[in-house]
Design a protein around this ligand. Structure first.
Ligand SMILES: C[S@@+](CC[C@H](N)C(=O)[O-])C[C@H]1O[C@@H](n2cnc3c(N)ncnc32)[C@H](O)[C@@H]1O
Length: 329
């Protein structure tokens, strides 16, 4: 497993230095640092009046998420991108936040037909991964630690366990979302917050079963219905505590124009707003299952639990090829 503390350090330091000085010079220097990032995924206010031009703007919907009380807890944000959810955990009083992401565009689970072109496409759009995170962390004076590791490789022996794990908008980009969920369960002590894009038409048509639509757009494998998200978590060994109604995650200022098809209209009606149809789920590891983090609430004492090499996680099995998938939701 590769799990190093990282981030283009110069970006972080440069952004930190932009916060020293007088008001006007701080604003100018930070704006320059923000403009130096070729693609922002998250729209974030880094200082009064300095807002990153992200593809998505989670600010108005972040309180829709059924957050547990994270104060004083050790938290993990899986697939952090520019770090919006990691910074939110820190803002909510987490004692420690680790923000996980892959190192290179090549590491996505690319669909076979995008495998050769996908990384170059993303590299051309976004440049080096992690630059936005570094600028944002520096400007916010954040202590969040960015670590390079695939979700599939999460391991309590190298990373420890986390009281709270958050994972947003990743499962649709994975060839094996269940394996990822099992890996998350291994390091999840108490709470798992899952935030995912949903398929609005399936949510309406098949609202009593967990359903998924097979996508095939760049970097996208499967998108579940609202109930499909909860069913995926249950199948992977979580108990569901709360699921939101569908809501729309707004596009940010730099998102490319969106084609208005029938699916979009259904989504807007279902979510009562324009944006990406989303649900957020609060779950916890089901007690007593193999692979549940040891010694934490939700684990039955004396049950097997932490050994690596649990079903479906053995290294070298089909399904571990380096991978695919950016493409924003
Ligand atoms: C759509 S963005 C999600 C951003 C953020 N989590 C959110 O909810 O707004 C997907 C992120 O997943 C990361 N990613 C893709 N495959 C991954 C993997 N196998 N393990 C960890 N992160 C991965 C990408 O690098 C990217 O930063």
């Amino acid at each position: 497993m590769r799990a190093s503390v990282c981030g283009p350090a110069e970006d972080r330091e440069r952004a930190m230095s932009t916060t020293q000085g007088t008001g006007a010079s701080v604003g100018t220097a930070l704006r320059e640092a923000v403009a130096g990032v070729p693609l922002w995924y998250h729209t974030m206010e880094l200082a009064p009046g300095v807002v990153t031009p992200g593809w998505f703007d989670l600010r108005s919907v972040v309180d829709r998420v059924p957050w547990p009380d994270v104060r004083g807890l050790r938290c993990l944000d899986v697939a952090t991108s520019d770090g919006f959810l990691a910074f939110e955990l820190e803002r909510r009083g987490a004692a420690e936040v680790v923000a996980l992401d892959i190192e290179h565009h090549e590491d996505w689970d690319w669909l076979p037909r995008d495998r050769s072109s996908g990384p170059a496409h993303l590299g051309g759009l976004a440049g080096e991964k992690g630059r936005g995170f570094s600028v944002a962390a520096g400007a916010l004076g954040s202590s969040v630690q960015r670590r390079l590791c695939s979700v599939y490789d999460l391991d309590p022996e190298t990373m420890g366990t986390f009281d709270v794990v958050v994972c947003g908008w990743l499962l649709l980009h994975l060839r094996d979302p269940f394996r990822a969920l099992e890996a998350i369960r291994r390091v999840c002590g108490q709470w798992f917050v899952s935030i995912e894009q949903i398929d609005p038409r399936l949510t309406v048509l098949d609202w009593r079963r967990g359903a998924m639509s097979v996508r095939g757009e760049i970097g996208q494998w499967l998108v579940p219905s609202r109930l499909g998200v909860s069913r995926m978590l249950e199948v992977a060994g979580f108990d569901i505590l709360d699921t939101t109604r569908p809501y729309a995650t707004p596009f940010g200022p730099s998102h490319p124009p969106v084609r208005r098809g029938r699916g979009r209209v259904v989504g807007d009606l279902l979510c009562r707003g324009r944006g990406v149809p989303t649900v957020a789920v609060l779950a916890r590891p089901a007690p007593g299952l193999p692979g549940t983090a040891p010694g934490l609430p939700g684990t039955a004492p004396g049950l097997p639990g932490t050994a690596p090499g649990l079903p479906g996680t053995a290294p070298g099995l089909p399904g571990t090829a380096p991978g695919l998938g950016d493409g924003a939701p």
